[in-house]
Design a protein around this ligand. Structure first.
Ligand code: CTP
Ligand code: ZN
Length: 161
């Protein structure tokens, strides 16, 4: 019989659902938070944190049985975990594997950190818009005032509320 890899020793394979793999180490709980998963929905959820990864050194994995992600969810995961891979599992097999993609432009989802930015003026109905300057580390730049925002601030804004 095939020897299970280290991750399989911690949490077994799932039958149907979604595996979000290659999450930067320590970020799995943020991914659950933006998906709105509290554990009270009834889905079976496995969280693996700080396991060895060839590509990332260490990584986190989230496995959700019986749930499929919406496009909007995948876009938000990209901003929290730009290295993540989304695996769709059907009857124990990986039927689809895709890397999340940080969009070149992000409209509406985040607010500019500059209080004097036009997007932060109550009387100006301007929708904030950012351009992706760098992926690793993730840096976004406001299209209106040029202020830049790093990964920690992006996560802070996405996981609050
Ligand atoms: N997985 C799972 N349940 C299954 C099938 C796969 O939980 N029935 C998990 C695996 O444990 C792994 C991820 O889904 O974390 C992707 O599976 P697979 O493509 O088989 O693994 P790798 O080839 O290692 O993936 P990658 O090339 O993306 O690193
Ligand atoms: Zn701005």
């Amino acid at each position: 019989m095939r020897k299970p890899n280290k991750e399989e020793l911690i949490v077994r394979k799932i039958k149907d659902g979604t595996v979000i793999d290659h999450i930067p180490a320590g970020h799995a709980l943020y991914v659950l938070k933006i998906l709105g998963i509290t554990g009270r929905e009834g889905f079976r959820v496995a969280i693996v944190m700080n396991v060895d990864s060839k590509k990332l050194g260490k990584k986190d994995i989230v496995k959700i049985e019986g749930m499929e992600l919406k496009k909007e969810d995948v876009d938000k995961i990209a901003l929290i975990a730009p290295t993540a891979t989304i695996n769709i599992i059907k009857d124990y097999l990986v039927v689809s594997k895709s890397k999340v993609q940080v969009p070149n432009r992000i409209r509406g989802l985040l607010t500019c950190i500059n209080p004097r930015c036009i997007t932060n003026q109550p009387r100006e109905p301007v929708i904030p818009e950012f351009r992706t300057m760098s992926l690793n580390p993730l840096i976004l730049r406001c299209e209106y005032c040029g202020c830049t925002m790093g990964h920690d601030e992006i996560i802070r804004q996405l996981v609050k509320e």
